[in-house]
Design a protein around this ligand. Structure first.
Ligand code: G3P
Length: 217
């Protein structure tokens, strides 16, 4: 499963990219607002740090203006994936962009039928929002299972990108279902490394090593 980080914070992206485990970045207008940076500038900077797909979202609601915004975003770098909302105009834009060789991430997906439409529109990624689905009293991970089943039934190449992840259990469940990508807030990625028994084990080994009076090298 690929790991994307869901942020526009350069410090977090740089730190996670240095682990060698980061496969891409997703942003959205709210994350850009949180960064306090200029949209085009921050996307360009992210693309210089991460080789994998960097999602940048259009804000227009009509196809024609979405295409104009996408043209500006595509010029930033080859690894920009244009993020479009799951609407009729968004999917028209998806079809036009992917037919032209551009990566597209279809966002704000809340049903398996929407995911089916996105795959038919040639989406590179579909982003079902599991956390917001849970918040709404529905089962976010069931949505991922349904999409996985449908995509496998028809051999769709659209990658299932689990978004709106809130905690490590969402990551574990995504991996068990066979999602292609999980995009996570930096804190969730960092939490995956931690286990109290790992910490305890290191402390015990180091205490005993000290007693040997040895050094390596
Ligand atoms: O980038 C889209 C998605 O991951 C948003 O997450 O936590 O705002 O629902 P959240």
């Amino acid at each position: 499963m690929k790991f994307f980080v869901d942020t526009a914070d350069i410090k977090d992206i740089t730190e996670l990219a240095a682990t060698g485990l980061l496969d891409g970045v997703t942003t959205n207008p709210s994350l850009i607002h949180k960064s306090g940076r200029k949209f085009l500038e921050v996307v360009e900077e992210i693309c210089g740090i991460v080789d994998g797909p960097v999602s940048a979202e259009v804000v227009a609601l009509d196809h024609e203006t979405m295409m104009k915004e996408a043209a500006i975003l595509r010029k930033i770098a080859d690894n920009v994936a244009i993020k479009v909302p799951l609407t009729i105009d968004g999917l028209k834009t998806c079809k036009a962009l992917t037919s032209d060789g551009c990566m597209v991430n279809v966002t704000l997906c809340f049903s398996a039928n929407q995911a089916l439409l996105a795959a038919k529109a040639g989406a590179t990624f579909i982003s079902p929002f599991v956390g917001r689905h849970d918040d709404n009293g529905q089962d976010g991970m069931q949505l991922i299972e349904d999409i996985r089943l449908i995509y496998d039934n028809y051999n769709f190449s659209t990658e299932v990108l689990v978004a709106s992840i809130r905690h490590p259990i969402h990551v574990l469940q995504s991996a068990k279902i066979g999602a292609d990508v999980a995009t996570m807030p930096p804190a969730v990625i960092k939490s995956l490394f931690n286990h109290v028994l790992t910490e305890k084990g290191i402390a015990g080994f180091l205490a005993d090593w000290e007693k040997t009076g040895q050094t390596i090298g």
